[in-house]
Design a protein around this ligand. Structure first.
Ligand code: NAD
Length: 482
């Protein structure tokens, strides 16, 4: 264990503990390439302890009733809001996204917890039409223990925000953060300590194929909610199969943006960059609109505007308020993204902007925002989620054909249609195979409306009342009057 960087312990049953075998992992600051903290490399035994603690705490948490749970969740939201600055700075150090984006993440987390506190009463059942000799009604009961597995991007927002719905519905949670950015999840536990009863929220850190896999297969975790990549989503489905669990999956995307000829190219290009989430999370966003289909008639001015917007983005120290693009979150991911750019070159595409380390930034996992052109739909960079600041620009001229191309990949998370023609917008929005479609969008989504992937991008919906209800199981009770 390093003596020069802070060590954080896991939080199980209201206690701070190290891994059962004492092993630790180290987080690297992607801007400095220096260690910024150590944390336990949890073991299956630690997961078992967390599940036991959660199982013990769940009935009492459920029996508190929705109003008391909502009160405690609001207290948690207020305590998080009071630590906005330090939480945002910790995520910047651990994950490299710019400070302005990470402050926004904390704000969104607070809003999300307050939202679920506000609708905590909505786990209601129904009753059958009145009958003279019987009463039949349904109850929505919490599952008990929910396993919540989250990815490395938006570390605090996903760790805290994605526990809000299962907790509001009356479940205890075992949270497993991404192993590259686990530090702020442990800060969440510190803030929740003393607000939530012991065992209601547990955080187990460590490797995905150890901690995550045990959580997924554990027989006392009937409900698993996973956010992450498609391959891991498949592993989660397989791992949950023996116990026939309720699994929801929020997975990756390779999201199309279809730019029609009637748009203002400058506005559409700015929106396209916003929709890539470059300024928020360095393009490491499931919803990034990374396949940009631009109509031939506006291609020239659109590309010029796109270059202009990327050219003005400040790449650098993510703790600096004026920085819009920080480093990618960790070394192997950086190398993976660079590998995609290299594959584009090898396969004959053009790197029309960026494509490498920005000058003056010799340390850190920095990549200039990148535009790729001269692509065809079969190239590696067009078919795969890159999860970085890399935009693939493709052309189109026939609307049916571009919709077919947009739908050709197995992903189906988001899609974006840019046009002033309302008929074209509505027709295209209907035709694209995606769980969330923006018309003239910049990637912003209102709280409370469902978000979830089609096809390989996921199963289930989050962000609204559907998610709350998904953490309950419905029981029908039929009473015959004697
Ligand atoms: P990942 O799949 O590698 O890891 C996600 C989480 O799963 C981590 O906590 C990891 O430790 C854990 N894990 C790894 N192997 C596991 C296993 N065998 N069993 C159980 N858990 C395991 O994803 P990542 O690289 O951290 O995140 C990037 C991916 O997440 C991208 O594909 C992105 O699109 C996706 N994502 C989706 C959404 C959404 O809402 N749809 C949101 C954010 C990120």
């Amino acid at each position: 264990m390093s003596s020069t960087v802070p060590h954080r312990q896991m939080y199980i049953g209201g206690q701070w503990v190290d891994a059962a075998d004492g092993q630790v992992l180290t987080s690297e600051n992607p801007a400095t390439e220096q260690s910024c903290g150590t944390f336990p490399a949890g073991t299956p035994r630690d997961v078992d302890a967390a599940v036991a603690a959660a199982s013990a705490a769940a009935p009492g948490w459920s029996d508190l009733g929705w109003a008391e749970r909502a009160r405690l969740l609001r207290a948690l939201a207020a305590a998080i809001a009071a630590e906005r600055g330090p939480l945002a700075r910790l995520d910047v150090a651990d994950g490299g996204a710019p400070i302005s984006g990470m402050r926004g993440d904390v704000d969104q987390t607070v809003a999300e917890i307050e939202y679920y506190a506000g609708i905590a009463s909505q786990t209601r059942g129904s009753s059958a039409p009145p009958a003279p000799d019987s009463l039949t009604y349904t109850l929505r009961e919490p599952y008990g223990v929910v396993g919540r597995i989250v990815p490395f991007n938006h570390p605090f927002k996903f760790a805290a925000g994605k526990c809000a719905a299962p907790l509001a519905a009356g479940n205890a949670v075992v949270l497993k953060p991404g192993e590259q950015t686990s530090l702020s999840a442990l800060e969440l536990a510190r803030i929740a300590d003393g607000i939530l009863p012991p065992g209601v929220l547990n955080v187990v850190t460590g490797a995905g194929d150890v901690v995550g896999a045990r959580l997924v297969e554990h027989p006392d975790v009937p409900r698993v909610a996973f956010t992450g990549s498609v391959p891991t989503g498949r592993a989660v489905l397989r791992g949950a199969a023996d116990e026939i669990k309720h699994v929801s999956l929020e997975l990756g995307g390779k999201n199309p943006v279809i730019v029609f000829p009637d748009v203002d190219p400058d506005r559409a290009a700015r929106a396209a960059v916003a929709g890539m989430n470059i300024a928020r999370s360095n393009g490491q966003s499931c919803g990034s609109g990374s396949r940009l289909f631009v109509h031939d008639a506006v291609r020239g001015p659109f590309l010029e505007a796109l270059h202009g917007r990327l050219g003005e983005m400040r790449v650098g120290d993510p703790l600096d308020d004026s920085t819009e693009v920080g480093p990618l979150a960790f070394r192997s991911h950086y190398e993976r993204v660079l590998g995609f750019v290299e594959s584009a070159r090898t396969e004959g595409a053009t790197v029309a902007f960026g494509g490498g380390r920005p000058s003056g930034l010799e340390t850190g996992f920095y990549l200039s925002p990148t535009i790729l052109t001269g692509l065809d739909d079969d190239m590696t960079v067009v078919r795969n989620e890159i999860f970085g600041p890399v935009i693939s620009v493709l052309d189109w001229s026939d609307v049916d054909d571009v919709v077919r191309r947009a739908n050709a990949l197995p992903y189906g998370l988001t899609a974006n249609v840019w046009t002033n023609d309302v008929t074209a917008a509505l027709r295209t929005a209907r035709a694209v195979q995606a769980g969330y479609v923006y018309v003239n969008g910049t990637g912003r989504r209102p709280l409370g409306m469902p978000f979830g992937g089609w096809k390989h991008s996921g199963v289930g919906q989050e962000n609204g009342p559907e998610e709350l209800v998904s953490y309950t199981r419905e029981k029908t009770v039929s009473v015959t009057f004697l």
